[in-house]
Design a protein. Structure first.
Length: 457
């Protein structure tokens, strides 16, 4: 399939300039990994607290799913694109720092919630952190590392995802145990706090510290565009972004659709796993926290480095579709285990299936993100990344937990949560695999040219 280029000229000055020093680049990766860890720690801890929050605030499964998903993604949907446009032309490190300060404060606000409405609004505020973190981080790394090294940098950064996701479970379980054995906290105006409220208050503190560390990074010169550090020309019009995607729809659309569908499966499973083990096997939240966190710490590092190794392996063999090829292979393994996980007759087999599914799913993350960064011109990268992550967050995180809850509440009932999880895995996983496969050849055709698509500006 022929892939045409938009007409236009990219300024070559910074495109041909050397990349920043390795030490500076990897310092940025380390800080972004730490920021990613706090991001997923703050937002993932709620999944462990589903049953206690439902009990204390008298919520239904659907209401809880709205708090976990839609509330968090609202800000991202409403304001993400304007923020992405700022990222394409202003200081990315400053935007990231402000976002993480707000993120920490709103996590604390979640801990003070006393009703569905209060908790829903606080979770909406958490969306600002995700709005800045994804586009800002990937844009920075794309200016720090050449394309063939980008998957490795993203892989290392996503160690933060492992630390945050696993830490949300293990640390959350430890805090639940701590809170259970200490006197309840009382605050003026709010009165006595429930255990889950104290957990959220304590978890908010690391995010505030990381926000300050983000300011210590250096802003690299933007490549394939004006070279002034931190500030570029006016952000590209949104019409140019959609024009790029439309002209090269066989490159972008399969990746976008695949990401959205697979994320719906993934976030649906993550959001309701603690409740599944509680309802199916009688596990307490902290019991699942320790076991689930340990599974993540084992599975996800294996997956991250497997994905990076495969991408570099296929690249060295001259496979121009290396990044998307890895996404197809790992998704083909992950989906069947994701379907089988909730149907297992005992918790040991369920954890094993969950571990395999998680490892192979996360293996696709770095190559998939690198694929989008590698074909997108710099001036449009923040906005295109936003649209990519929009599908992951709004469709994936917003729809995934809701689908599981709705099918459970209006179909199988609370005791049938396992069947809801399996059905959502089929609905999301199988079409995602087909979509990724469709985009494999068009992506390879672009990479074969040796340069990103031209912006047409």
């Amino acid at each position: 399939m022929e892939v045409t280029h938009l007409r236009g000229q990219e300024e070559p000055a910074t495109a041909q300039a050397p990349y920043p020093p390795a030490g500076q680049a990897w310092y940025c990766v380390a800080i972004l990994a730490l920021a990613t860890a706090t991001n997923f720690l703050d937002r993932g801890i709620l999944n462990l607290l589903v049953e206690p929050i439902k009990h204390d605030l008298h919520l239904t499964d659907v209401q809880m799913s709205l708090v976990m998903g839609f509330a968090f993604t609202f800000f991202y949907a409403a304001f993400g694109l304007p923020v992405a446009r700022l990222i394409d032309r202003k200081s990315r490190r400053l935007i990231l720092a402000v976002g993480y300060y707000i993120f920490g404060v709103m996590t604390m606000a979640c801990g003070l919630a006393t009703s569905f409405t209060h908790l829903f609004l606080a979770r909406m505020g958490l969306g600002v952190g995700e709005t800045t973190s994804g586009p800002g981080a990937y844009s920075l790394l794309s200016d720090y590392f050449p394309p063939h090294r980008l998957p490795r940098a993203i892989t290392v950064m996503q160690i933060g995802f492992v630390l945050g996701s696993g830490g949300a479970l293990v640390l959350g379980a430890a805090v639940i145990d701590f809170v259970a054995h200490h006197p309840a906290m009382r605050l003026p105006l709010f009165g006595q706090l429930h255990g889950w409220q104290m957990v959220l208050m304590l978890i908010s503190l690391p995010g505030l510290a990381v926000a300050t560390l983000l300011l210590t990074m250096r802003e690299p010169p933007r490549r394939h565009g004006p070279s002034k550090v931190g500030v570029t020309a006016d952000a590209a019009p949104i019409g140019a972004v959609f024009g790029l995607i439309w002209r090269h729809r066989w490159v972008y659309v399969p990746l976008f659709i695949g990401m959205g569908l697979r994320s719906a499966q993934s976030f649906g499973t993550q959001g309701w796993s603690a409740a599944f083990f509680s309802r199916s096997f009688g596990w307490a939240p902290q019991q699942y926290g320790y076991v689930g966190g340990l599974a993540i710490f084992i599975a996800m590092p294996i997956g991250l480095f497997l994905g990076n190794w495969l991408a570099e392996h296929y690249w060295k063999r001259g496979r121009h579709d290396a990044n998307v090829r890895v996404v197809v292979i790992t998704t083909a393994i992950s989906v069947p285990f994701g379907i089988a996980f909730p149907l297992m007759p005992n918790p040991i087999l369920a954890v094993i299936c969950m571990l395999v599914s998680q490892a192979t799913s996360i293996a696709a993350a770095a190559p998939e993100n690198a694929a989008v960064q590698s074909v997108t011109p710099n001036r449009l990268r923040g906005q295109v990344t936003f649209l990519f992550l929009f599908l992951m967050n709004v469709v994936g995180m917003g729809l995934g937990p809701y689908l599981v809850a709705a099918i459970t509440q209006y179909g199988f009932g609370e005791a049938g949560l396992r069947y809801s999880l399996a059905l959502v895995a089929v609905i999301g996983g199988v079409p995602a695999l087909i979509s990724f496969r469709i985009g494999q050849k068009p992506y390879a055709a672009v990479i074969e040219t040796g340069k990103p698509l031209e912006s047409g500006l």
